[in-house]
Design a protein around this ligand. Sequence first.
Ligand code: RB5
Length: 178
Amino acid sequence: MVDDPGTRRSVLEGGSAAESEPDRRKRQAMTEEQVAIIIGCDHAAVGLKNKIKALLQKRGIPVEDAGTNDAASVDYPDYGKQVASKVAAGDYQRGILLCGTGLGVSMVANRYPGVRAALCHDLFGAIMSRKHNNANILVLGGRVTGDILAAEIVTVWLETPFEGGRHQKRLDQFNQVG
Ligand code: RB5
């Protein structure tokens, strides 16, 4: 599937690999919250950030780009803070963060109360981060995850709802930590 140029294009443009265009549009209309997303990265993930940003815009999702926008070395905490502080404040319901591994920005983002940042390397993790953890920031490693897989991860992360119930009870316990 990854070697099929048609599939690659479809996934990068916001589709998913094995479904027809009408089905994709119907599912997108039914499941996706078209809320604005704030995205940020350090110098190690600018290329992937720009691809994810284009994917979001193709889906009609408003995107606030917190930078960085070129290869000049920057400090990832500055970008983690910009995105996580705005999600914590309720300015954005969802954010996406990237650095080389995804580790640094995850650590920064999860210091903010109310932020549940999930570093995802595969589809199962991305789906479960929504279903069970109600992750409000998706984190990707620009030096770890390839463009096609990253696009699929973003797609399922956008489309998977939180299951609530016993999982909400567990999230409530986060406030008793520390
Ligand atoms: C930058 O070289 C790198 O340390 C950063 O992108 C990230 O991987 C940190 O966790």
